[in-house]
Design a protein around this ligand. Structure first.
Ligand code: ADP
Ligand code: MG
Length: 385
């Protein structure tokens, strides 16, 4: 097992175009950590993973695995196991043969191969399938064989690139739990790419949020934030992370600063309502343009005593009842252009499309961002009860 350290890592696929895919990536991954990379499609998640594996050159910077600089070490000598979205098993080989294949190539002793395959099959619940061919397995079982093929190599770091995205919803949930168990049993360092919010929040010790450099070509780095899931949820450093972590997405409202104090700030929204937010915005001036953020799951009824931040009025456009959850999508004059204002409620709300609805905002549920998108520190964190 091993630490993975990235220092000032840069990737440029085409130096002639001067366009970087990744810039100034610094990550300190401790032995045994479960790290998740998230970010919009094309931001460089797979590229970063492939650079760690050695399948892609590193343009600049250092990659250290287990304390050793490995920029120029070939993939086969990095002791890394990689699992992709497509599992690419050999169709003519049994599960046992598929898992044993890499070890056979290394001319490992037959008994040792058997021992490792049986042990991996045990961890993955594949004992009963060792003599089957891949076509006689379900998607989840095939993906487990692909993981098993990796486990038998006894790598010091596991890399997973969206391993569950080809599976149906129910199987994804099952495999997600299995991967969590696997991490506990193997105690391995895992770096995992996903676009699934739940996988990121539940599996990760730390999440790394990347943004596409094309969106902001002059930026110093496209690593937006690296931290524990709840740290990112509660204290996103900027609007990008705030909008990316959490589902449904955070609501953003346009406004200006009306007044500031040590632990509170009053924001006047573009439609005129005033909202008190528990943030320290003393670095800003009265009149500065800001964006107020509130998560759909933190909004309350306008007459609730939790609505101490203020209330806003909206017009309901769509409702969705999922049984356990109820969503209301609304038009709100202060919302960013083109985005709905969303409420997520545990219970059914008595509203219909076309209704006017007042929504309450707890002051501790507010996030606030300056014109550049940088977050003001929150002075309290909302607790649902
Ligand atoms: P993600 O996995 O986050 O969706 P990728 O790492 O696959 O993103 O791609 C990041 C960017 O790098 C994209 O703009 C993609 O077009 C570009 N890219 C990926 N692979 C190559 C390559 N082999 N040559 C040139 N550009 C590439
Ligand atoms: Mg990818």
């Amino acid at each position: 097992m091993a630490d993975v350290l990235l220092q000032k890592v840069r990737k440029n696929y085409n130096p002639a175009l001067l366009k970087d895919t990744l810039r100034n990536i610094n990550l300190d991954i401790k032995d045994g950590d479960f790290i998740v990379f998230v970010g919009p499609s094309g931001c460089g998640k797979s590229t970063l993973l492939r650079m760690i594996a050695g399948l892609e050159d590193i343009t600049d910077g250092d990659l250290m695995i287990g304390g050793k600089r490995v920029n120029d070490v070939p993939p086969s000598q990095r002791n890394i196991g990689m699992v992709f979205q497509s599992y690419a098993l050999y169709p003519h080989m049994t599960v046992f043969e598929n898992m044993a294949f890499g070890l056979k190539l290394k001319k490992m002793d037959k008994e040792e191969i058997r021992r490792r395959v049986v042990q991996a099959a045990d961890v993955l619940g594949l004992e009963a399938f060792l003599e089957r061919k891949p076509k006689a397995l379900s998607g989840g079982q095939r993906q487990r064989v692909a993981i098993g093929r990796c486990i038998v190599q006894n790598p010091s770091v596991f890399l997973f690139d969206e391993p569950l995205s080809n599976l149906d919803a129910a199987l994804r949930v099952k495999m997600r739990l299995e991967i969590a168990k696997l991490h506990r049993e193997l105690n391995a360092t895992i770096i995992y790419v996903t676009h699934d919010q739940v996988e990121a929040m539940t599996l990760a010790d730390k999440i790394c949020v990347l943004s596409p450099l094309a969106m902001n070509p002059q930026t110093e780095s496209n690593l937006e934030q690296f931290g524990a899931p709840l740290e990112l949820y509660n204290h996103p450093v900027n609007k990008f992370v705030a909008g990316f972590i959490g589902s449904p997405k955070m609501n953003f409202l346009n406004g200006v600063i009306e007044s500031v104090s040590e632990d509170k700030c009053v924001v006047k929204l573009s439609e005129g309502e005033k909202v008190t937010a528990c943030v320290d915005a003393r670095r800003a001036q009265v009149g500065d343009k800001v964006t107020l953020g509130v998560r759909p799951e933190h909004l309350v009824k306008a007459d609730s005593d939790k609505a101490d931040g203020g209330k806003i009025s909206c017009k309901v456009s769509v409702t969705e009842n999922l049984g356990a959850e109820f969503f209301v999508y609304m038009d709100c004059g202060s919302s960013e252009v083109g985005s709905d204002f969303t409420v997520k409620s545990d219970c059914e709300l008595d509203v219909r499309p076309g209704d006017n609805m007042e929504v309450g905002i707890p002051s501790t549920a507010c996030y606030l961002f300056d014109e550049e998108g940088k977050a003001f520190p929150r002075t309290a964190v909302y607790k649902r009860s």
